[in-house]
Design a protein. Structure first.
Length: 295
């Protein structure tokens, strides 16, 4: 091949040579809302990891001389009805909320994705059975079902996470089933089937990797919903138990002092708002960044 012929070959654009993961990361970082959300989430994760170092006081230490003191130089967020430092309790309360979000969604993914794969790929009676069970669970309001399961299992953070995870599972079953039914008729799946690959290999190595973007976006959004659910269960006394700090239980204690000590409700409520908003912003950014129609 001569130099003239080589020079006539068009050079592929750099964005066409870019890997899908790098392209998705570039698109994600180009969205300011998603970047702000990731920064806020990272800040709360650091607070959770180093809570014992960052928190200025013991979150469960009471002091009857410091009951409902307003924010000051010694207690930046004020104190609660038992004289406990609100800032320290907000920092330690982030552990319960982030753990509830991550573990609950992990349970939902671990149970929902396999059943969704089985339902969408096999079809027939198995698909009908799993779909009807999923429809029955989705017919119940999310929070009502979570409260019922948490009350049945008993009040504790672990049981609350199990209740939220079980309640979130039908969402992932339905999403996975729909994605599998859309992907399993693609040419590359038909080619893998024609080459004699067993069904389990096609499902795990050809279908599952191609539906992961949708699952990742849904998982991010579900973490935000799980954090709200954990706060609601703790508010009702079904989640994290006193004296361990939780944003929901802090709001429950603050409802009696909204007029005299509004800071007791302000800071945990603001923390819930920031974390949930951040996960939603990141989820929206991931949805746009992983959209194959975007260039």
């Amino acid at each position: 091949m001569t130099d003239a012929v080589i020079g006539a070959i068009p050079i592929t654009a750099s964005d066409e040579l870019e890997s899908p993961a790098r392209r998705a990361l570039r698109r994600l970082l180009a969205r300011k809302g998603a970047v702000v959300g990731m920064v806020v989430i990272a800040a709360f994760i650091l607070l959770t990891a180093f809570a014992s170092v960052i928190a200025p006081y013991d979150p469960i230490a009471t002091s009857w001389t410091l009951v409902r003191k307003p924010p000051s130089a010694l207690h930046w967020f004020g104190t609660d009805d038992l004289g406990r430092d609100v800032l320290s309790r907000v920092i330690f309360g982030a552990r319960a909320s982030l753990m509830a979000g991550a573990i609950s969604v992990g349970i939902a993914l671990g149970v929902g994705v396999p059943f969704g794969l089985l339902s969408g790929y096999r079809g027939g009676f198995i698909d009908a059975l799993i779909s009807r069970i999923t429809d029955a669970m989705l017919a119940c309001p999310f929070l009502i079902l979570a409260i019922a399961l948490a009350a049945f299992l008993g009040p504790s953070l672990g049981n609350a996470m199990i209740a939220i995870g079980v309640t979130t599972t039908p969402i992932f079953v339905r999403l996975t089933r729909g994605q599998v039914m859309s992907v399993k008729v693609e040419d590359y799946v038909e080619a893998a089937r024609a080459m004699g690959n067993p069904r389990w290999r096609i499902a795990l190595f050809h279908i599952l990797p191609n539906i992961m973007p949708a699952l990742l976006v849904q998982a991010t959004l579900s973490i935000a919903a799980a954090i709200i659910a954990e706060a609601a269960l703790s508010f009702l006394g079904l989640g994290q138990q006193p004296p361990s700090p939780s944003w929901g239980s802090m709001l429950n204690a603050a409802q009696r002092f909204l007029t005299n000590a509004p800071w007791m409700a302000l800071w945990p409520g603001l923390a819930i708002f920031l974390v949930v908003l951040s996960f939603n912003l990141v989820g929206d950014g991931l949805r746009d960044a992983l959209d194959p129609r975007e260039r």
